[in-house]
Write a protein that binds this ligand. Structure first.
Ligand SMILES: Nc1nc2c(ncn2[C@@H]2O[C@H](COP(=O)(O)OP(=O)(O)OP(=O)(O)O)[C@@H](O)[C@H]2O)c(=O)[nH]1
Ligand SMILES: [Mg+2]
Length: 276
């Protein structure tokens, strides 16, 4: 069966989903991107609030847990038309998948109708894992109690378990390496990172087990790793807010391609995914 161009953004709360979707749309609407709009979208309710907030220099608000909205865009990529569907939802729903092992009917439908997955990871918030080969058990416990922010599952196992559960629904990954869905791991809020290595190196440093898992489950040509700063900087100071109001949101944001090259055109992340 042919692959579709629907992109499913998978991300825990506050991983930057709504900001990216809004910035993506604003870029293509203002023609500041390599992707073009083929047709005016019928309904942009999914992102109106976030687009408006950003234009006032305000941070987006959390999408409520029970909210499910979809943005359907008819786009043109290098002369070829494609329909792009991006759902936005409260990231709490992803928490439920790993915390409660709950995949409801809505998520079953999402997983079965989207062939391109974007996994959003806010890399700066990930505590580096411990090297089990050099630390004694006591040291790990001592360190864990002071450093690890998230109780329960370690962040690495949480992401691995999430991908395993999602693949299970799609009935993929057990016997053969995965080709569809393709997977783009997007390290969001890249501006927050101190170490500006290549995206794959950041993932190796922060979540080595996850990288290993993905490399062994997905076919090499079906996954890639990008950096993304859809907002470019935090909007928590009056100066930052003013900059946004004066210079307009579509002039901010950048992505880092797998080779480590920075590009202002964040829509290229979508373009690259459509070519996987
Ligand atoms: N510094 C920085 N902050 C960002 C960036 N992108 C998003 N943020 C901030 O991160 C926070 C979360 O962004 P959202 O886009 O609301 O995240 P979300 O994944 O939609 O969150 P939920 O709706 O709760 O699931 C907001 O305060 C944003 O302003 C970025 O590129 N850089
Ligand atoms: Mg949101």
């Amino acid at each position: 069966m042919a692959m579709n161009n629907s992109i499913l953004i998978i991300g825990y709360p506050k991983s930057g989903k709504s900001t990216f979707i809004a910035q993506f749309f604003t870029r293509i609407k203002k023609r500041k991107s390599s992707i073009k709009l083929a047709k005016i979208p019928e309904n942009i309710k999914a992102i109106t609030d976030t687009v408006k907030r950003l234009s006032m220099g305000e941070e987006p608000t959390t999408t409520s847990a029970d909210e499910n909205v979809e943005l359907l865009l008819h786009i043109n990529v290098d002369g070829e038309n494609a329909d792009l569907v991006c759902p936005d939802y409260g990231g709490e729903q992803v928490n439920n998948i790993t915390d409660l092992m709950e995949i409801n009917e809505h998520w079953h439908n999402l997983l079965n109708s989207y062939d391109r997955w974007f996994l959003f990871i806010r890399a700066h918030e990930i505590t580096p894992e411990y090297d089990l080969s050099i630390s004694s058990y006591e040291e790990i416990i001592k360190e864990k109690s002071t450093v690890l922010k998230v109780p329960g599952l370690s962040e690495q196992s949480k992401f691995i378990e999430l991908l395993q559960s999602l693949l299970h629904i799609k009935n993929k990954g057990l016997k053969k390496q995965v080709v569809t869905p393709t997977l783009s791991i997007i390290l969001t809020c890249w501006d927050e990172l101190k170490n500006k290595a290549k995206p794959v190196q950041v993932l190796q440093e922060k979540l080595p087990m996850l990288l290993h898992f993905v490399e062994s489950i997905w076919e090499k040509k079906s996954f890639e790793i990008y950096g993304l700063s859809a907002q470019e900087f935090s909007l928590n100071t009056p100066e930052a807010k003013e900059k946004y109001q004066n210079e307009l949101p579509e002039n901010f944001g950048y992505m880092i391609d797998p080779t480590g090259k920075k590009d202002k055109d964040i829509t290229k992340i979508v373009k690259a995914s459509l070519q996987l």
